[in-house]
Structure formats: C-alpha cells, structure tokens
Write a protein that binds this ligand. Sequence first.
Ligand code: P6P
Length: 328
Amino acid sequence: MSEAVSLSRFILQQQRKYPEAAGDFTLILEQIAFAAKIISREVNKAGLVNILGSVESKNVHGETQQKLDVYSNEQMVKALDPTGKVCAMASEEIEEMLPVSDKSLEGKYAVVFDPLDGSSNIDVNVSIGTIFGIYKRLDDNDCEKSLLQAGQSLVCAGYVIYGSSTMFVYTTGQGVNGFTLDPSIGEFLLSHPDIKIPEYGKIYSINESNYFRWPKGIQEYVNFIKQHPDRQYTLRWIGSLVADFHRNLLKGGVFLYPEDSKNKNGKLRLVYEANPMAFIVENAGGMATDGRQRILDIKPESLHQRVPLIIGSKYEVEKYLEFREKYG
Ligand code: P6P
C-alpha cells in the first residue's frame, strides 16, 4: 500500500520547487479545495435538506439559479476573499467582476470560476462540478483585465467533480494530478498521479439533438466517427461538462459543444469553462479548439462570452479540424 499523499502535502512539495514563492498561490489553492469540501458536503446531502430546487433569481445568462449554484458561489467567495491574495474574481453566477475587500486589492492573483457547472442536473442526482482558473495579476490597476487574459496565461486550472466520489483535478502547467476526497478524514488524497489523455479514444460526447442545426462539417465528422473504419465509438453525453470531460480525460475521446444555427458561438463560456479545461487537457497531452484556433490563444473580450469547444484526444480533435476545413 503506497503512502497516502494529501493535496496539502502535494501542493507544499510543489511550492518548494519555487524558493521565491511567498505561499500566496498555495493559500489560494488550499482555499479552493476547502470550498470544494464544503460544496461536496452540501451536494451529497442535497436531497435531505432544503437546498434543492431553484431560487427566484436568474443568473447573467437568464438561467434560473439553483439554490446550490448560489450556495456554491458564496462558498468560493468566502474562501477566497479573506485571503487578501485575490485582487479580482469572476463567476458564472455574477454579471460583473466580483468586488473584493479593500485588503484584497493588492492581491497578486485573479481567479475565475464556475462554482457549480451542470446545475440542471442537481435535482436529478447527476454528477456536477466546480471549474476554476488562476491568473497572475497584470501590472494594471484595472483588475478586470487580469480576468480577461488568454487561457495560455493561466498559472493554474482545475475542476472538482461531485460524483460517485468527489475528486479534485488540477494542473499548474507541470502535469495533471487527481485527488479523491476521503470523507472519513476530510482530505483529498492523491489517487490519479500524472494523468495523460490517450492519443485516441472510443468515446465521443456531443448533444446529437442539435444535429440538424450543425454546419455540414460537424455532421460529416460525427457520421465519420459513428462509422469509423478502425474502431467502434460509443456516445456518452451526461449533459454536465465536468463529468463528460473527466471521463474523456481518463479514457480518451472527444467532447464537443460546437456552434450551430441557434447558438452561433456554442453554449459554453470561454473564461471559466473552456479555458480551464483546455489548460488541463493540453497539460495531459490533449488538444482544445473552437474549430478554427487553439482555445488558449483566444483573447477574451468579455467575462461571459461563449465559445465552441472541441476538446480531448489529439486524434479526434485533429480529425475534427480536417472535416471543418473540408466541409465548413
Ligand atoms: P445541453 C450544463 O448546463 C452545461 O453548461 C454543461 O455543463 C454541459 O456540457 C452543457 O451545458 C449541456 O448542454 O444543451 O446538452 O443541455
């Protein structure tokens, strides 16, 4: 039985590689993990307490907010703001950049997050997740600019999946590592060291109900995958980005939420969904594109802008680009 390595110990071991590190980044990551434990506790008993269902309010996208969405957002803010190390925060649940307390204005980091993605699945007990990305603050008093950096400037990205177990998966650019929460001790323990996505998979994840709204290139690509000459693919679509992405990261394959005639830029958001997942997948040896360019190269124009997302194993993503090139 190999020695259990906690997330806290792993983070400190990583910090020791940077003698100049003041510990600010470590504190932020630890606090995100703390928030994840709190959210996990509520998600796992959601059916037993009055935290299911929706609230009257709607989020910036006009979507009815679930009580757990609002609760999770509050936990992330309460975990991060008191550190005084985060000068700016952006959340899927909040229209504008989140205000931080005065002492935080000098913080050296900016954090973007979707506090609880997949919330339409909450009330039916399907896996959901938290997605986050961490940037170094730009030398600019306008902290919002620090939130709108291209994904390639991320210094850390990760997600938490609240599923059959709660897992914390993250990268700082030197590989991807996964930690599983042991509720009996309240610690995330290293369970998936150095995750690498297979070169190709046998799973494709897309909402095929949009088929007749797709451009021809996407239709032709999906038809190719469904009758691949060398292997039988299977379709897996949970309708929860973190759950669908996590499965493909471990087993290989491709997740697609492309544009269609109704959603010209797809459905997923660049800043706090596509970019963190793209940073993770590239550090695991995969690829992420919007169909024309690398996701991490896109310069965000606004906090909530949407982007087509095709992400996963190199083979399936490169093949997608070929079909879009050929068929449009
Ligand atoms: P559809 C959840 O609402 C979400 O934002 C992602 O987590 C998920 O991948 C996608 O939407 C599912 O979209 O159109 O299949 O309901």
